[in-house]
Design a binder for this molecule. Structure first.
Ligand code: SAM
Length: 230
């Protein structure tokens, strides 16, 4: 269970209503029952239910059982698509070890708003489900051009659907990276020209077929992890 506050042994934490409902009514946990908790800051802890009722559930935090395991410094930058597919992208990015998820508005993006809290909840669920103890942050949506204006030396795996052909190997360069996936309509010519000209950018093909953006995100994350991940 993910708790959005720094944890320490001996602490008593009162759960917020959705988590209290989940533990009491769905999981039917009673006082004394063991629960594993993590905070995405210090690690995973053994905890026990101290109080459980319809009104309140609180836990006593015990020893730390695992230190925090942070994924490599990899961002997934993507243009949101239909709701269910955007949810899928966020979930898979959390499972496949992105450390930050940044939705961007591009020239051809249809969705110019996102429900950040909903997407963050998907990232939390995915982290809980895959046994990790790190939750990637879902950032607010920004314009791609604004993001690029402030770009640092972070390397960019620019997934360019117009590069037909086989996947070109990524350079064996460790350090901060980002993967960029475009919208259903692809990147505009102006965006593509700018992205190709950036010295940090490594334009890549994900193969000879045009993939849907959600498939492309999974493929790119997997390829990056297999080359540069840990
Ligand atoms: N509308 C575009 C077209 O028909 O050419 C397709 C865009 S594709 C559905 C969405 C995004 O997935 C692209 O912008 C790109 O980032 C990524 N993508 C899909 N297939 C790819 C490929 N074969 N190589 C590299 N990137 C790909």
């Amino acid at each position: 269970l993910y708790l959005d506050r720094p944890l320490a042994p001996g602490q008593t934490v009162r759960l917020d209503p959705p988590q209290a409902h989940y533990l009491f009514s769905v999981m039917r946990r009673a006082p004394g029952d063991a629960v594993e908790v993590f905070d995405s800051r210090t690690g995973t802890y053994a905890a026990a239910v101290a109080e459980a009722s319809r009104k309140a559930v609180s836990l006593t935090v015990g020893d730390r059982t695992r230190p925090l395991r942070t994924p490599p410094d990899l961002w997934l930058v993507f243009a949101p698509i239909k709701k269910a597919r955007t949810d899928f992208i966020v979930e898979k990015a959390a499972e496949l070890g992105a450390c930050r998820i940044l939705p961007v508005q591009t020239d051809h993006t249809n969705a110019d708003r996102i429900r950040r809290d909903r997407l963050q909840a998907h990232a939390i669920e995915a982290a809980e489900q895959c046994g990790g103890n790190f939750v990637p942050e879902v950032a607010d949506i920004v314009r791609l051009s604004d993001l690029l204006d402030g770009w640092t030396d972070r390397r960019l795996m620019f997934c360019d659907e117009t590069l037909s052909g086989v996947f070109a190997a990524l350079p064996d360069e460790r350090g901060p990276w980002a993967i960029l996936i475009g919208p259903e309509g692809g990147f505009s010519d102006a965006e593509r020209a700018r992205l190709r000209a950036m010295p940090q950018s490594h334009p890549v093909s994900l193969g000879p077929r045009i993939l849907r953006a959600d498939t492309a995100a999974v493929a790119a994350l997997t390829l990056w992890q297999s080359t540069l991940g840990d």
